[in-house]
Design a protein around this ligand. Structure first.
Ligand SMILES: Nc1ncnc2c1ncn2[C@@H]1O[C@H](COP(=O)(O)OP(=O)(O)O)[C@@H](O)[C@H]1O
Ligand SMILES: [Mg+2]
Length: 404
């Protein structure tokens, strides 16, 4: 009797242990399932957010009807340029935009190419680049929808009636920030973007006068008319276009560096580089600047440009940077990231050589120039720009030279 009750109690204990183990096992499984559910819920939310963000990055496709409503039937003209006219618009009473209506008609055959280019431009984000929100590609309307830049383009503040509004320091900040925007296009984008049309009209200012570079990526998208040079495939604006854009030489990102240099001269002078109203020696500002540097005295320049003496060092730095940027040989021009450092005073700037020498005398530009090894130059250039005859960089410069 006692042995059978011992067996029963042992069996009961074993059964109880088994039951407890099963219960614990089931609980653990339930907990694991619950944790997995949380994890997958978490992953789904993150994924949704990611996809949503991705969608936001993608430029939006608008219908012509939507743009017509937003722009009040294209009534508020902000300006017009080589690509077409730009109108102010508002979406949902809250987001102000600039709608650029592109010249020409939409051809269905180029729709894919258009969308691919717009897709690339729309994904380029930098504080100093104007944001592309979206586009329209319909038979009757091809347009780009940009973030609205309240203070318009820089030319107004350099040459227009609002010339005195921005002081020397602010203009210097604008030059540095613009250089940062271009450096991003050249050096940080997955695929390098060459702007081809850097000029004051394409530097836009927001409500706080922070500059953003506009129209990048457009050279690939459109053929320009009127104001733009058509000789070599429709790139660049006279006065800012690098010499290689006018000649049968390879064109690289260094053509933007050249245009930026021309812009720097205009920032220093607060005048258009070419002004035929001025005394002959000052007609073409960059060469007059060079003659001042060559004489080693910036006094007259500071006076003519109405620059305060406290800004002498920054002026000299900016001028030297501009002279390096407009060097005739592209490989002598610095990279834009180096231009930023030069303008910020973070590097010592060596004395530039005369960028306009080839305009005046028959020159053999030495291949082993002492400047060719300057720290910012890249490895050997793809082009051989050695010249043995007189070359005038652009028709505009040629005109300025022949009158001097
Ligand atoms: N995003 C924008 N926000 C505000 N104004 C703009 C914008 N884009 C262009 N504009 C204005 O429209 C004018 C014409 O622009 P555009 O067609 O690019 O010609 P361009 O670059 O040759 O001056 C600019 O000079 C500027 O005043
Ligand atoms: Mg523009």
């Amino acid at each position: 009797m006692s042995s059978s009750s011992g067996v029963i109690s042992t069996v009961i204990v074993i059964v109880m242990v088994l039951v407890i183990m099963i219960v614990i096992g089931l609980r653990r499984r339930a907990e694991a399932i619950r944790n997995n559910a949380h994890l997958s819920e978490f992953l789904t939310t993150t994924m949704d957010k990611f996809l949503h963000d991705m969608a936001k990055e993608k430029p939006i496709r608008f219908t012509s009807q939507q743009l017509r409503i937003a722009t009040d039937n294209f009534t508020n003209l902000l300006g017009s340029g080589g690509f077409g006219a730009v109108y102010k618009g508002v979406f949902n009473n809250e987001t102000t935009v600039a709608v650029k209506v592109l010249n020409g008609t939409s051809d269905k055959r180029i729709e894919q190419q258009f969308m691919a280019e717009v897709g690339t431009i729309g994904r380029v984000h930098h504080f100093n680049l104007v944001r592309l929100y979206g586009f329209c590609f319909e038979r009757n309307l091809r347009a780009l929808v940009y973030e609205y830049m309240m203070n318009g383009s820089l030319d107004k503040f350099l040459f227009g009636e609002q010339k005195i509004l921005l002081g020397f320091e602010k203009l210097h900040e604008i030059a540095i920030a613009t250089a940062k925007g271009i450096a991003y296009l050249h050096e940080e984008c997955q695929h390098r973007i060459i702007h081809y049309d850097i000029k004051p009209g394409n530097i836009l200012l927001d409500a706080n006068f922070f500059p953003k570079v506009a129209d990048f990526g457009l050279a690939k998208l459109c053929n320009r008319e009127n104001t733009h040079v058509t000789m070599t495939g429709g790139r660049g604006t006279p006065g800012y276009a690098a010499p290689e854009l006018w000649m049968p030489y390879p064109v690289t990102h260094k053509c933007d560096v050249y245009s930026f240099g021309m812009l720097l001269f205009e920032i220093i002078g607060r005048r258009r580089n070419l002004d035929t109203e001025l005394p002959e020696s000052q007609e073409w500002f960059p060469r007059w600047v060079w003659s001042n540097i060559e004489n080693g005295d910036l006094g007259q320049l500071m006076e003519v440009c109405k620059i305060d003496d406290k800004n002498r060092e920054t002026t000299e730095r900016t001028i030297k940077t501009a002279l390096w940027c407009v060097q005739y040989r592209p490989e002598l021009r610095p990279l834009m990231s180096m231009v930023v450092k030069m303008l910020e005073g973070a590097v010592e700037i060596p004395a530039p050589s005369n960028p306009f020498g080839h305009l005046l005398v028959e020159t053999q530009i030495p291949n082993n120039s002492i400047f060719a090894n300057t720290t910012w130059t890249e490895s050997k250039s793809t082009s051989d720009l050695t010249e043995s005859k007189l070359i005038c960089a652009t028709p505009e410069i040629e005109a300025a030279c022949s009158s001097a």
